[in-house]
Design a protein around this ligand. Structure first.
Ligand code: FAD
Length: 474
């Protein structure tokens, strides 16, 4: 019997790979997906977006019950933490979603092949070979044949120079999503969104959290005024920040970590129970055989692709965290759809200018488009509209009045250039701004749109009206 030839072989079942596979199957391609971990969904579903948000939501309820309910007139005994149950619930959430991807694969007749794949190169008939090391027969790789291969192997956490992860004391987000005890003293290295989100989780559950950041400010890509609100709120919640400081040494001592932290002013030694290193992620390409077949990577290890997501080798494609752009699940998913549709000859495109970014701290921060800093640097003429949640009825009812919406519009055309929100449920609110901007909307368009009252979203309308100094409640 002749070997099965797939139209498309996808390596990696994260948000980029699984979405590309489903869309390709919808378009009539025969698809196989090779995934090395036991469950589908990649980093996002297994050890990223989903488990972190499950713990953020649970820890938020806990902190509300402990610190906030009395304000609403709800008197309860101090709530008790059942960490085991909280972690179990998080694992259940993950399982339901990863099972959901497996169901979708079945529904779309996508063949799931468990194992570690690499590129074997093209045969003389042009078919791509993909040797897969299977868990049940590791000695003899099974060689898959495909007309096209999509690399979607994602990324991995970066280690501190000379300080490897040990999975116990010095850990990545993967382990920090599953500490079986609340660490008394937690050090977070890196004040990006992963560090601030997981630092928030453990702070709410009782840890003393110190955040060390090499830059002058956390969240460097975020609008400066938004960052200021986030930092003020996190400090109020009890997180300690050490900015312009770096971790230069970690030595284990009696089950704890003795950490050397250096800054311009001093070199300090502090002791922590756990050290979460969240200084960034790098494309996961080791073992794929890229140099052997001539796939080009840039100086940061990212795979170079063209508008069709094709690499420098014909028939080999890449997307998601492997290629340039923000390392975000929704970016990877959009690329998955665009890749499959372009493979089918359609004119799909990802609008990279309008990829929202969210920080799920409390309050949340969300933004899309340009920041004020970027507009100033580019000398783009712009007008600003702002509405504070302090004046928003729903925010008052919720007791969540921290933060604001800021709308940036072109000074001459009124076209929306950026929207930045810090406040309760900013992650949900930003969708409206993304839609308006994707349709080429102006601040006036947002201002003319009827928003239900009382809702947090009214702050978007008010901020848009404020661009032309027409806000009613501002
Ligand atoms: P991945 O999700 O990394 O998937 C790649 C898959 O390929 C993995 O399952 C891996 O096992 C598999 N693989 C690798 N090599 C091989 C091989 N040789 N053979 C077979 N299989 C292989 N993004 C957001 O948008 N929102 C968030 O809230 C968010 N929160 C995050 C929180 C944390 C703690 C972390 C770490 C990340 C978070 N992210 C978030 C980022 C998001 O997870 C990634 O951007 C996204 O998962 C990238 O998708 P991907 O498909 O490119 O790769």
């Amino acid at each position: 019997m002749a070997d099965q030839v797939y139209d498309l072989i996808v390596i990696g079942a994260g948000p980029g790979g699984y979405v590309a596979a489903i869309r390709a199957a919808q378009l009539g391609f025969s698809v196989a997906v090779v995934e090395k971990r036991a469950t589908l969904g990649g980093v996002c579903l297994n050890e990223g977006c989903i488990p972190s948000k499950a713990l953020l939501d649970s820890s938020e309820y806990f902190a509300l019950a402990r610190d906030d309910f009395a304000r609403h007139g709800i008197m309860i005994d101090p709530p008790l933490l059942d960490l085991e149950q909280m972690l179990k619930r998080k694992d259940d959430v993950v399982k339901r979603l990863t099972d959901g991807v497996a169901y979708l694969f079945k529904k779309h007749r996508i063949v799931h092949i468990p194992g570690v794949a690499k590129l074997g190169g093209a045969r003389s008939d042009g078919l791509q070979t993909v040797p897969v090391t299977m868990p049940d027969s590791p000695a003899i790789p099974r060689v898959l044949l495909g007309k096209k291969v999509l690399l979607a192997t994602g990324s991995q956490a970066m280690e501190l120079p000379g300080i490897p992860f040990d999975g116990q004391l010095v850990v990545s987000a993967r382990e920090a999503l599953a500490f079986d005890q609340v660490p008394e003293q937690l050090l977070v290295v890196g004040a990006g969104y992963v560090g601030l989100e997981l630092g928030s989780v453990w702070r709410r559950l009782g840890s003393q959290v110190t955040v060390v950041e090499a830059m002058t400010k956390p969240l460097p890509a975020t609008d400066g005024q938004v960052t200021d609100v986030i930092i003020k709120a996190l400090k109020k919640q009890g997180l300690t920040f050490m900015l312009e400081a770096t971790v230069t040494r970690i030595a284990p001592e009696n089950g704890r970590a003795v950490v050397t932290i250096s800054s311009a002013e001093a070199v300090r030694e502090l002791i922590f129970d756990k050290v979460l290193v969240a200084t960034g992620r790098q494309p996961l390409t080791a073992g794929l055989g890229l140099p052997q077949i001539g796939v080009t990577q840039d100086d940061r290890g990212r795979i170079v692709v063209d508008a069709n997501y094709q690499t420098t080798v014909t028939g080999i494609y890449a997307l998601g965290d492997l290629i340039p752009g923000p390392m975000l699940a929704h970016k990877a998913m959009e690329e998955g759809v665009a890749f499959a549709e372009r493979l089918a000859g359609q004119a799909a495109e990802v609008d990279y200018a309008y990829i929202p970014g969210v920080v799920y701290t409390w309050p949340e921060a969300a933004g899309v488009g340009k920041t004020e800093e970027q507009l100033r640097e580019a000398s783009t003429p712009y007008s600003v509209g702002r509405s504070n949640f302090l004046g928003n009825g729903r925010a008052r009812c919720l007791g969540e009045t921290e933060g604001f919406v800021k709308v940036l519009a072109h000074a001459q055309t009124g076209r929306l250039l950026g929207v930045h929100i810090v406040g309760a449920r900013a992650s949900e609110l930003i969708g409206e701004a993304v839609t308006a901007m994707s349709f080429g909307g102006t601040a006036a368009d947002l201002g003319l749109t009827i928003h239900a009252h009382p809702t947090l979203s009214e702050a978007i309308k008010e901020a848009a009206l404020d661009v032309n100094k027409q806000a009613i409640h501002g």
